[in-house]
Design a protein around this ligand. Structure first.
Ligand code: ADP
Length: 200
């Protein structure tokens, strides 16, 4: 712990002022599920729906996080925890700016999602379980990752070498193997928009 940090929390603009400025409340929509379950597809559509209602958002996913902030991390358990810890801390900064943050990470373990929830805070954390069977995700295999994992080219792949621990009590549970994309997006939008606007 660095004791030489000079606190500026009492000087910078507060969250409430920023939320009133934006006309929205910040929160984190935490999409969790197997690779290929539909996290990014749904989050991108939700983002567009929110934008059409004047709501400012930021999507965080492997693309923008693993290529920058977390490019020094690997996929062993310790690195995966650190990956999620940093993502949660960054999300908290966005939330403090009133921005709705849509996070798309497999985040396979209950412990790591609990850590994220604890960092972000219970009231601002919405766990969204994007649920499709392993069989369905493997049939989709849109990034070819399951084929590579089965061929032994990717170690520690969730669903094949490592268990995905299902959320016990998610805020929203989407079944992308039986529900349409439009229906999944509508479910999320109908639940989160009133909460985002409730700040006013
Ligand atoms: P993830 O981000 O979870 O790894 P992606 O969003 O990249 O998954 O891929 C999910 C794939 O499943 C896409 O090709 C998408 O078109 C397809 N898909 C089929 N039905 C749905 C649905 N109901 N919701 C989301 N994606 C779906």
């Amino acid at each position: 712990m660095n004791n030489n940090i000079y606190s500026v929390f009492d000087k910078i603009l507060g969250r409430k002022e920023k939320e009133l400025f934006l006309g929205q409340g910040g929160c984190v929509l935490w999409f969790t599920g197997l690779s290929g379950a539909g996290k990014t597809t749904i989050a991108c559509c939700v983002e567009r729906e929110l934008a059409s209602r004047g709501i400012l958002t930021q999507v965080l996913d492997g693309d923008n996080i693993r290529s920058g902030l977390n490019k020094n991390l690997h996929f062993d358990l310790e690195s995966r925890m650190e990956n999620i810890r940093r993502i949660a801390e960054v999300s908290k900064l966005f939330v403090n700016c009133g921005v709705v943050t849509l996070n798309c990470f497999i985040s396979p373990e209950r412990d790591m999602r609990k850590m994220a929830r604890d960092i972000i805070g219970e009231n601002d954390f919405f766990e969204i379980y994007v649920d499709a069977s392993l069989e369905m995700c493997e049939i989709r295999d849109i990034k070819g990752l399951y084929r590579k994992a089965r061929a032994g080219e990717i170690p520690n792949f969730t669903g094949i070498h490592q268990e995905y621990e299902e959320p016990e009590n998610p805020a929203i549970h989407l079944r992308t193997d039986i529900e349409s994309l439009e229906s999944c997006v509508k479910t999320v939008v109908d639940i989160v928009v009133p909460k985002i606007k409730a700040v006013l």
